[in-house]
Design a binder for this molecule. Structure first.
Ligand SMILES: Nc1ncnc2c1ncn2[C@@H]1O[C@H](COP(=O)(O)OP(=O)(O)O)[C@@H](O)[C@H]1O
Ligand SMILES: [Mg+2]
Length: 238
């Protein structure tokens, strides 16, 4: 999959995710969500707590089984990837995730944290750490590469988590409130880095956030309510 700016990366069509709630009643965590993401763009997803933002990212990242509609990923219908191992492999090759908490392995250094998935994947350690160092340098973290997470600030830890998410050179990066634990300056820096990644690597990036201060960085903003997209262009695809 060679990225090209504007090339469709992700297409959700009328996607629904229905859960059985605690009282046995069915809950539509997502309903009729149609959304397109193209290479090189970064969109923001806003909405009150419980409106389905995380569920949307999980559906887009093929981590959630949808109950209606369809998901296409760079032209491949997700429904055609049937077994769990194939789905896992597909995610591992194409998708990066950044969560609210960096969740770094505490006893590994920054560079080891970034290299870990590559090493597990069979990349020789030296090569994996070289690549990890390159990613940390992009995130302006090379000088902190030898530190353990406890010796890094929250913003630095989150930058390590972003580097880790980029290790497989994903064409889709999904970030769930990645700056929620950061002060506004650090949060802004992480958002600016994500935008630079979208532009330079032609990744498609979707960021769930509550922070209106990063609004100007998004190519598009999607607003959700009660499992639905209620405002914002569903697509910038031409
Ligand atoms: N695994 C689950 N089982 C049952 N209900 C769930 C599950 N995950 C999420 N929900 C429900 O789906 C709705 C959307 O949740 P979520 O996507 O986490 O919202 P947000 O990220 O916007 O806060 C909520 O009503 C939530 O309680
Ligand atoms: Mg959430």
């Amino acid at each position: 999959m060679t990225p090209r700016r504007g090339r469709p990366v992700l297409s959700l069509r009328d996607v629904g995710v229905r859960y059985r709630g605690g009282d046995g009643a069915m809950v539509d965590a997502l309903a009729d969500v149609t959304l397109d993401l193209v290479a090189g763009e970064m969109i923001g997803i806003f909405g009150p707590s419980g409106c389905g933002k995380t569920t949307l990212l999980m559906a887009a990242g093929l981590l959630e089984t949808i109950t209606s509609g369809s998901v296409r990923f760079a032209g491949t219908a997700a429904a055609t990837i049937v077994d769990d191992a194939a789905l896992r492999d597909f995610r591992r090759r194409h998708i990066g995730f950044v969560f609210q908490k960096p969740n770094l392995v505490p006893f590994l250094t920054a560079v080891e944290n970034v290299a870990l998935a590559m090493v597990i994947d069979g990349v020789p350690r030296a090569a994996a750490e070289r690549r990890a160092m390159g990613l940390l340098a992009v995130l302006d973290m090379a000088h902190r590469a030898g530190n353990h997470p406890a010796r890094l600030s929250g913003g630095e830890q989150q930058r390590v988590a972003v580097a880790r998410a980029l290790a497989n050179d994903p064409i889709l990066l999904l970030a769930d409130e990645p700056t929620a634990a950061l002060d506004s300056r650090r949060g802004r820096q992480v958002m600016e880095l994500l935008l630079a990644i979208a532009r330079q690597r032609l990744a498609a990036i979707a960021v769930v956030t509550h922070d209106p201060r990063s609004m100007d960085l998004f190519d598009r903003v999607v607003e959700m309510e009660d499992g639905r997209v209620v405002a914002g262009n569903a697509s910038s695809a031409r």
